[in-house]
Design a protein around this ligand. Sequence first.
Ligand code: ADP
Ligand code: MG
Length: 681
Amino acid sequence: MDPQTRIEVLPGVGDFYAKRLAKLDIKTIVDLIYHFPFRYDDFSQIESIARANTNEKITIQGTIWQIKNIRTPRGKFLTTATVADESGTIEIIWFNQPYLTKTLKAGTPVSLSGKLDPKSPRPKLVSPSYEVLRNQSPVTSHQSPNTLHTGRLVPIYPETEGVTSKWLRAKIGAILPFYVKTLDDFLPKEIASRQNLEDLESSLTKIHFPKTYDDVEEARKRLGFDELFLTQLASAIRKREWLSQKIAPQIKISQSDLQNFQNNLPFTLTDAQKKAIEDIVSDLERKTPANRLLEGDVGSGKTVVAAAAALAAYKNNFETILAAPTEILAFQHQKTLSEIFAPYGIQIGIWTGSKKQKGDITCGTHALLSTFKSQKQIGLVIVDEQHRFGVAQRAKLFMDQNLKLSPHVLTMTATPIPRTLALTLYGDLDLSVLDEMPKGRQKIATFVVPNFKRQGAYGFIEKQVQEGRQAFILTPFVEPSETLTSVKAAKVEFENLKGKFSKKVKLGLLHGRLKSKEKEEIITKFKNNKINVLVTTPVVEVGIDVPNATVMLIESAERFGLAQLHQLRGRVGRGEHKSYCFLFSDSRSENSIKRLKSMEKVHIGFELAEIDLKMRGPGEIFGLKQSGFFNFKIADITDQKSVAAAQNEAKKLLDSDPRLKNHLHLKQKLESVSSEYSQPN
Ligand code: ADP
Ligand code: MG
């Protein structure tokens, strides 16, 4: 059976079900096999009818004596049946399934799973799951269930409209035995035995149709390992490819030159910056091209770290290019670098859609990657945010064909990826983290405010406004939505708030549905302090810089990830004035409040992301939700021990068989999943 066979060729699927299954991302047979249950109904307890008196879920197996449909006065159908085993009889009722009398005729052996009706004096099952027992007398031992839907641990699957767990169970039950027989286990035997893992055939069988919960555990252990192992293998291969056959421009900078660089700065570097510079400088000295990720909050000072590397390249007669996601940022980098390099007389060029001017170091946008031709060999490519994806590939464009030199790559990001995740996500990159803010940056005093102190918070804002300061009041959504009734919508809030302040306080409303011209107008008014308090949705997150704003009040704060809250509060504290962040929450959950309270103590974005990771899981981390990495069905990417084990095995394997020549099944598997496990960008 070819696992990549389209699902519609299976009997009873066709285009009709194929369309529905596509909503569950099931397009091929292998997709269906890898559609795993998320829980199991425990119907493994099979009782004789005489002893059926428990409140728990049970299974009865016997023969239908009689069955009939009754029409209720309201025109609905009741199906009643009597089922008997050697010990006695039991009554069964189903609602609105009149077709049952066609499949479950008198004399049919059946298996029924459900709960007994506690109100009935005689044993009675209401709406049980059922299945016909074929070619066998009713099974009474739960050791070897021959059933799919009853009398066992019954798998429950993610469903979609028109595709029930029962349907999935039947289809998977029908093809699984054939599928696993033709299956080649791609995991090398040595690895399976070192890691104490089951073979693939039994793992796939057990995850769908386990006999015990131990079976489920064993299956999950193996299938979870597969996910981690395949991703680690893919990233290790990427790394090897990156390093193979390429020689990097060798770049050396003396300690005294570095010291001079620091002395010329108008500030002292943080320890984190010094460490990052050390990391990068030692990368540059190697013969292999660096591929390093520099991670740090907005304002943590990434640019100067990049500048140190650019200086090293300059001193070795190589050119550096710095690519930014927008034109504005590119110009900003040009300005910053011009200041830093003023003492050296180094020209900083710019290369964007609208302006092209070469320099010793050139800042720019995407245009750099397509139209830029340098005079000197490019030794270093720096990429600021977002454009991470494919950087290594694009860096090849700058390869010197005669020398076969491939530039070093440094990527900078403000996305708070916790260290614990970085190992999994960026296994092929080296990582430097700026986990320290420059001295003198004020911490924004943050308070989780109980609702009864709400008036006090408004009073505080009123006072700040009297002193000439400004405030943000942030609400998560524009309009009240039915599903999020507890969320204070900006519009409603805006009307409410007018009554909370004196007439002297001028309020403005900003949200994503305004036309850009209206938005600009409001932002300008706020910048000029014509508006004192800006009521807004999270659109402020990007790019509003008002140094006079000192208060950020956030409603329904529990709806945001901590790292996102951190970025939001970064909108204040940009000037000389002491600044504050007030967090309100509608949540009564202790955990939720505890989570928010960490905002009071922690002021580093990626530490907050780490806290969120522990408390809410990886899906909630700001900016990472859409990334393919969370396609893991089973593996826990925060389980560092398992990740490290998978990584070591991948490395060991590639050391002995770098092209997977002796592991063709694994090679094929890797190719078939590589699109699924692509890296976040
Ligand atoms: P980001 O990490 O967001 O790119 P920048 O590199 O733009 O941060 O730095 C933000 C500001 O902080 C710049 O004005 C920069 O000159 C300044 N800065 C960087 N490092 C330090 C430091 N160690 N001490 C004081 N100011 C610093
Ligand atoms: Mg920056």
